[in-house]
Design a binder for this molecule. Sequence first.
Ligand code: DUC
Ligand code: ZN
Ligand code: ZN
Length: 475
Amino acid sequence: MPEYDLAIRGGTVVTATDTIRADIGVRDGRIAAVADRLADAARTIDASGLLVLPGGIDSHVHIAQPSGPGIVMADDFASATRAAAAGGNTCVMPFALQPRGQSLRETALAYRALAEGQCHIDVAIHLIVSDPTPAVLGQELPAMIGAGFTSFKVFMTYDDLVLNDRQILDVFDVARREGARVMVHAEGYDAIRYMTERMERSGQTGPYGHALSRPQTVEREAAHRAISHAELVDLPIVIVHVSGGEAMEQIAWAQERGMKIHAETCPQYLTLTAEDMKGLGQDDPLAGSKYVCSPPVRDTASQEQIWSGIQRGVFDVVSSDHCPFRYDETGKRNPKGRTSFRWIPNGIPGIETRLPILFSEGVSKGRISLNRFVALSATNHAKLYGLYPRKGSIGPGFDADLTLWDPNRREVIRQEILHHGADYTPWEGFAVTGWPVMTIAGGSVIVEDGRILEEPGRGRVLDREIDRTKLSPRL
Ligand code: DUC
Ligand code: ZN
Ligand code: ZN
């Protein structure tokens, strides 16, 4: 009987701290050994010339999320996890959104049921708390945290989701007591409403008006407010999808003062600009809607600031914020969207392109090291959200979730090579150097060179436990 089920030989193994030539032995879905030369295995994969990376973890994606009347999210669990796997990921973290008036338990269990049996890779679910009633704060939220939903997101904007300052303080307080991780969408509700009405009055109703209605000031103010609330409660928080230098400066300021503020950014804030929302040269007045997301994409100066924040360690994670809508009447071109940008669903697809874009723009262009790439794309996600040391690195005992990466392969991102449910990509024609050539989940090869090798169902819905010693992990 061979000692290992699988051996990956001859590759360069990269973790957040080390880069070594080694073989990897897999047994029962987990990594059993990382060594110079391994004994026999039932199957051997030759990884010569390739990097062997921890499978990507995308801790911020939206899948099958209710999105308002007539609007349908373009991915279910099968298509989103298929696309994620093809893009080199082995775990994603979507959100169970609490509609106001519904119990958190009902929300979480119904969402979990959508995922069960449908996933190509493992998923772990965050909650979105939109209705912090006394029952939610007193019983439901603590119970759901204890049941394995150990992280949740709160919104500082959107009619159906916004929490006021007192509500934010109250949910932060519960998170502190229970040891949960809180993600914050930092954009100010009233400022956006004011700016939206102003844009509409001035006739700026097309997609570009969305960017004008949510300038960096709106994000900067909300980031500062969230930081202040976190300071009062003494709670480490994650400010997600940071789009611009102004919010980032607030975060850096807090970090310099010793506050435990974590930050996430996304490939769109490194590569796209608000000019894309103008749909220049295209007849279709809604063409720019393909780029409408919140916070909006900014400008090239802001991209450089975000890169410098990544290099300085202000950011811990780069997620996709995959939030896919089709470019049709169920999504970006819904009939009301023609009357004003306020009806264009916010979000863009990116689950499959996150790693190639970050690798290409980051590692291939010399902005970040390979090890930093691994930290930003996998390890820090696992550490922040309670998946470490099960996931996020390569070593004995970790799940055998691995991506074989060709650092020299050139590709041009095109809709026709992607696997998501959206019918477009904002990165159509974007050239990258570096590409995932094989994805291994739980020791099984599930994607090879863009071909999906299994039906959905392998991926599990993971419960997480609170580890109070890791609430503010050293990243
Ligand atoms: N926030 C997200 O996290 N994703 C899409 C839209 C939004 O507002
Ligand atoms: Zn958000
Ligand atoms: Zn999001």
